[in-house]
Design a protein around this ligand. Structure first.
Ligand SMILES: Cc1cc2nc3c(=O)[nH]c(=O)nc-3n(C[C@H](O)[C@H](O)[C@H](O)COP(=O)(O)OP(=O)(O)OC[C@H]3O[C@@H](n4cnc5c(N)ncnc54)[C@H](O)[C@@H]3O)c2cc1C
Length: 405
């Protein structure tokens, strides 16, 4: 293999490049990225980038806290880096990626890492923001400073973190969520209710079980009309209502799942020869979760990049299935929430250390008699200690026995 193209210059794309070089790939390596910047890390965008803590002075672009690798390390990868360039099509027969400048790059191996974009609410009013890029974070930070008041729509991790960061800045925050508890996609309702209390204790006006019916205002947003008939006056909205995957450019070339994710096998290989997919857009069968998975987790982007780099370069007999223990963290109100494995759906929940009242605990989550996840709040060493239980099938009883003090 002499010529590898990586489409998408986010965490998964850059980590793939680094992993290919680490494994001795000495050929031509092209990294195509739509954004104007060198690759950067997104998790700080809803945390340090909003609060300013740990960032120092200056604009966000190039800030050390957001770097995935030092500039010298990126230089050492010897990439043909094409920033500000979008992949617009894939021809699997001639093995060519088509670019928005009209050109095309041939490949022997292709890694698709174009990730996701924030889903935008259905309104053209100014003052309604999303948060996915450096530019989004700069805008949200400036508008919070300007208005001191906002409505956050959606209490997933991004929305919950924006609410917490805005409170740290002293802003007045209303958090609106259609589900009965925050973080329903990843956290069992019993534990989600602890997070609701956490937001309320920190002064957030939390409105659960009601979605947004309309954004109202003339030119700029002035209020959010809720599905329950209520309304909240606000000059600023930040919506964390999920993502859309950047895979439209692959339609007709690769097998896509109904949600637009790239259908991969257990090796992270897509449906065309020489093509792999990694990060937020990859969908693959995971033997311990009884079906296919897709993870929007920062750690997964790096781990899958390393696995795909290995498989792309390996002799077919030496390819390894990708079977990670999923890992996610979130920082809210100076508290770290960590999830190993899957948080939902779960039909068993047991707090095995600490207590919800103390806002410090480790909880086991189970389904069908098996341990499926471990969720910790302010309990990093204890939470991580149970990773091994999720590396192999562990019954609920075995897990509880392993948790005995
Ligand atoms: C605000 C925020 C906070 C987060 N916090 C956490 C956290 O605390 N913990 C955690 O585990 N995860 C967190 N995440 C999730 C994590 O950042 C993602 O899982 C990770 O960024 C996925 O990396 P990726 O490389 O797959 O995709 P992306 O980061 O989306 O990168 C894809 C890149 O490809 C580019 N691109 C898109 N289309 C094209 C195209 N056609 N051609 C060329 N380039 C293209 C995009 O512009 C982008 O730069 C957070 C995400 C956000 C937005």
């Amino acid at each position: 293999m002499r010529n590898i193209v990586i489409a998408g210059a986010g965490t998964a794309g850059l980590r793939t490049a680094a992993a290919l070089r680490e494994r001795g790939f000495g050929g031509r390596l092209t990294l195509v990225g739509e954004e104007a910047h060198r690759p950067y890390s997104r998790p700080p965008l809803s945390k340090e980038a909003l609060t300013g803590v740990g960032l120092g002075e200056g604009p966000l672009a190039g800030n050390r806290a957001l770097r995935l690798l030092e500039d010298a390390e990126i230089d050492a990868l010897d990439l043909d880096f094409l920033p500000g360039t979008r992949a617009v099509g894939l021809d699997t027969a001639s093995r060519t990626v088509r670019l928005d400048d009209g050109g095309g790059i041939p490949y022997d191996g292709l890694v698709v890492a174009t990730g996701a974009r924030a889903r935008r609410p259905d309104t053209a009013l100014a003052g309604v923001h999303v948060l996915r890029t450096l530019e989004d974070a700069e805008a949200v930070r400036a508008r919070i400073a300007e208005h001191g008041r906002l409505v956050v729509v959606g209490a997933g991790f991004v929305g919950a973190e924006v609410a917490a960061s805005a409170r740290a800045l002293g802003a007045e925050v209303t958090l609106v969520e259609a589900a009965p508890t925050p973080l329903t996609r990843v956290v069992h309702p019993r534990l989600g209710s602890v997070l609701t209390e956490l937001h309320r204790e920190n002064g957030v006006d939390v409105r659960l079980g009601t979605g947004v019916r309309a954004y109202e205002g003339s030119g700029r947003v002035e209020r959010v009309r809720l599905a329950d008939g209520g309304a909240v006056e606000t000059p600023l909205v930040v919506a964390g209502i999920g993502v859309d995957l950047n895979t439209e450019w692959l339609r007709g070339s690769l097998d896509l799942m109904p949600d637009g994710s790239v259908r991969c096998d257990e090796y992270s290989a897509a449906s065309a020869p020489g093509v792999y997919a990694v990060g937020d857009l990859a969908n693959w069968p995971h033997p311990r979760y009884g079906g296919r998975v897709r993870l929007e987790h920062w750690t997964n982007a790096g781990e899958q990049a390393a696995a795909a780099a290995h498989n792309l370069l390996a002799d077919p007999r030496d390819r390894r299935p990708f079977t990670p223990v999923p890992y996610f963290w979130s920082d809210q109100y100076k508290m770290k929430i960590q999830l190993l494995g899957q948080g939902a759906p779960a039909d068993e929940v047991a707090i095995v250390h600490g207590s919800a009242e103390d806002r410090k605990f480790v909880a086991f989550l189970g389904r069908g008699g098996m341990l499926t996840g471990v969720l910790g709040l302010r309990s990093t060493p204890r939470t991580m200690r149970y990773r091994g239980l999720l590396e192999r099938p562990t019954t609920w009883e075995e897990a509880l026995a392993a948790a005995a003090p």
